[in-house]
Design a binder for this molecule. Structure first.
Ligand SMILES: Nc1ncnc2c1ncn2[C@@H]1O[C@H](COP(=O)(O)OP(=O)(O)OP(=O)(O)O)[C@@H](O)[C@H]1O
Ligand SMILES: [Mg+2]
Length: 675
């Protein structure tokens, strides 16, 4: 037992040591930022918030990285396409130079140039222009004078900035580049040049060109999905798709010099990349590459919708799970709280079910242990209270018995003393009365004889006889002696009754005639049955005592104790009748009935009934309790019936019951087994 106790103390110490830092931490930091929230929210809120934080930041990060990745991919794609297009155009420009060189290598152009035969040059070059899809062929002599100028319709009447090209070509430089055109059509031309040489040296030069046109751009973007818009001084000079010409100035400004810019045109999204190719005389050919990213944007949008849905779904699941978990925990704690309240309100049978082995169930176990101990303690206290009650009852009974015994024994001693004192003088009277009669008759005989023998008395005798009426004296003396005898009889009866009554201290059971006991008790109470007397303003008539004695066998009992019972009950009956008179409820036909009979179950039954005040239900329920009295202080101790009950029920194994109602009188029924 002490081992278990020591283990419990050790466990408690270990627990406290473990918990101490936590308790200190909790004291130092106010870890409860929301003290007024219900426990359910307190549990679920951090869980839900942390989960939501992780979930949302996770999904957002994924979304962010996906977006970054697709955007980088878009940029990379447009960069790659830009490089490809740049390479292609540079190749195209180089090829112009090669084409120019090929054109002048034939002798025809040289001859025609030497002869300055314009017609021959045109005849030679016209078919080539068509074959090579050239927009421009210009032939100049060694002085830079233009001998031929073949143009396609696009460049018709356009002013071409070819001065630098001509001066370079007649100086023997062959190259390829870009030149600009001016009004009426602002454009750029990819050119290739070659000087025309003969044995005598440079005799002229040729410039071939291809205008940057829709067709050229369409050829360049063949096989790829990107489009190109060529800009010159902020104007569209060519485009791989015709719609570009309908763009507003603002849109064109947006495109100008733009790099990796996301632009929405119509319902489609594009990302831009600008390639600038420098030409002669600071000519800039600006090509804006438009890579359509509508599909990627749609994918991105779908992805974000998916991310949003997942976030929403995750949030809902987190809230739901949080709610369920907190509900589960808070619900179990609420059960413990409810059980504690029940226990506090007195239900010590309250126990909690143990299902899991977690903290709440440990709490429940602790609760059950506490409830068990409480119940145990209550049982012990109840038992002790019961014991105390019994002891108190015994004490009270003993006390009442002591009081009554003392009362009855002093009464008995007094009665016995009186009886004893009366007995001797009564015996004298009773014993001598017979002799008095005898002597009276003898004296009478003497007188009669004297009268007969001496018919003439002496004058002295005559004098005395004249003074005394001898006949009256004789007659009266006879009566006197008779009444003395009956008086002595009565006194002797009373003395016998007193002696019967005073047999209180006689120990052990005796077989007695119950009627004798009742009579002796009545003789003690004789004074209270006396003639009518005044009680308050009322004068009551004599209490009529009705005896209906049955034929009773001798009963084995404690006679003195039974006398006590009869005395108490008959006294109460007389008191009740007197109370009725005082209250003015009754003035005549006051009656006490004493009826005895033998019952079927080998007992005798004594009924003592009065037609007095009766009693209320409340009084009736307490009449056998010690010290219960309705009588004024000094008149009653409230012990009579409680003592009578213990004598009849405990000492004689009999029954004592009462039938009564207010104003209807009272019946006390005593049942005593015959043996
Ligand atoms: N015959 C009766 N009629 C009406 N009331 C009665 C009768 N007998 C008993 N009681 C009621 O029962 C109470 C208890 O009676 P009990 O004899 O025990 O005590 P008591 O008569 O008051 O006092 P004590 O007999 O000790 O002098 C009485 O005070 C009275 O109210
Ligand atoms: Mg009484």
């Amino acid at each position: 037992m002490s081992g278990i106790k020591n283990q419990a103390i050790i466990n408690k110490k270990v627990f406290n040591r473990r918990l101490f830092p936590l308790i200190e931490l909790r004291k130092n930091i106010q870890l409860n930022p929301y003290p007024n929230l219900p426990l359910r929210e307190k549990i679920s809120l951090p869980f839900v918030l942390v989960f939501l934080g992780i979930w949302i930041s996770g999904t957002l990060s994924i979304g962010y990285f996906f977006t970054r990745y697709t955007e980088q991919k878009e940029v990379q794609q447009v960069k790659d396409v830009g490089s490809l297009i740049l390479r292609e155009l540079q190749q195209e420009i180089k090829e112009m130079h090669v084409d120019a060189k090929l054109l002048v290598e034939g002798t025809t152009v040289q001859k025609a140039l030497l002869l300055k035969n314009r017609t021959a040059i045109l005849q030679e070059l016209l078919p080539l222009r068509t074959n090579l899809s050239l927009d421009l062929i210009q032939v100049v002599d060694k002085n830079g004078n233009q001998l031929a100028d073949l143009r396609s319709s696009t460049l018709y009447k356009t002013k071409i900035a070819n001065q630098t090209a001509i001066s370079q070509v007649i100086n023997g430089v062959d190259f390829s580049s870009i030149i600009a055109t001016e009004k009426p059509v602002s454009s750029s031309i990819l050119i290739g040049t070659a000087p025309v040489k003969s044995n005598r040296g440079i005799i002229g030069g040729i410039i071939i060109g291809r205008a940057v046109s829709d067709k050229l751009l369409a050829e360049t973007t063949r096989g790829i999905s990107e489009d190109i818009i060529a800009l010159h001084k902020g104007e569209i000079i060519a485009s791989s798709f015709p719609k570009a010409y309908t763009y507003s100035d603002e849109k064109i400004q947006e495109l100008y010099h733009s790099n990796f810019k996301k632009i929405k045109i119509g319902s489609r999204f594009y990302i831009t990349k600008t390639i600038t190719i420098l030409g002669l005389d600071a000519t800039e050919l600006e090509l804006v590459i438009l890579s359509c990213i509508t599909d990627l944007e749609a994918t991105k949008q779908k992805f974000w919708i998916l991310i949003g849905s997942l976030s929403l779904l995750g949030s809902l699941i987190a809230i739901l799970v949080g709610y369920l978990v907190s509900n589960l925990i808070a619900g179990r704690i609420a059960t413990v709280t409810h059980a504690t309240e029940e226990l506090a309100s007195g239900d010590l049978k309250m126990r909690l079910p143990i299902t899991y082995n977690d903290e709440v169930d440990k709490l429940a176990k602790g609760f059950n242990l506490m409830a068990e101990k409480l119940e145990d303690r209550e049982q012990k206290i109840k038992f002790q209270v019961q014991q105390l009650e019994i002891t108190l009852k015994q004490l009270s009974t003993t006390q009442s018995q002591l009081v009554q015994t003392e009362k009855m024994s002093s009464l008995g001693r007094m009665v016995a003393g009186i009886a004893h004192e009366l007995n001797n003088p009564v015996s004298f009277i009773y014993g001598n009365i017979e002799y008095a009669f005898q002597y009276f008759y003898e004296l009478l005989e003497v007188i009669n004889v004297y009268e007969r023998e001496y018919p003439e008395p002496t004058p002295l005798v005559n004098d005395i006889l004249s003074d005394i009426d001898i006949e009256f004296v004789v007659e009266d003396l006879h009566k006197l002696l008779n009444s003395m005898k009956s008086g002595a009889d009565r006194i002797s009866n009373i003395v016998r009754s007193l002696r019967t009554f005073s047999r209180l201290d006689e120990s052990g059971k005796k077989s007695v005639d119950i009627h004798e006991n009742i009579e002796s008790t009545l003789s003690i109470l004789q004074h209270r049955f006396s003639d009518s007397k005044k009680i308050g303003n009322q004068t009551n008539s004599k209490i009529q005592l009705v005896k209906e004695y049955g034929n009773l066998p001798l009963v084995t009992c404690h006679p003195g104790k039974l006398n006590q019972v009869f005395l108490n009950i008959i006294e109460n009956a007389i008191d009740a009748l007197e109370i009725s008179i005082t209250k003015g409820e009754k003035t005549d036909s006051l009656q006490i009935l004493i009826k005895t009979e033998v019952t079927d179950n080998n007992s005798i039954k004594i009924k003592i009934a009065d037609n007095g005040c009766g009693m209320t239900e409340e009084v009736k329920s307490k009449i056998f309790d010690p010290f219960m009295t309705t009588k004024p202080v000094g008149s009653g101790t409230g012990l009579g019936l409680s003592i009578s009950y213990s004598i009849v029920v405990d000492e004689h194994h009999g029954k004592l019951s009462c039938i009564s109602a207010p104003g209807e009188g009272t019946e006390l029924l005593i049942e005593i087994p015959i043996n």
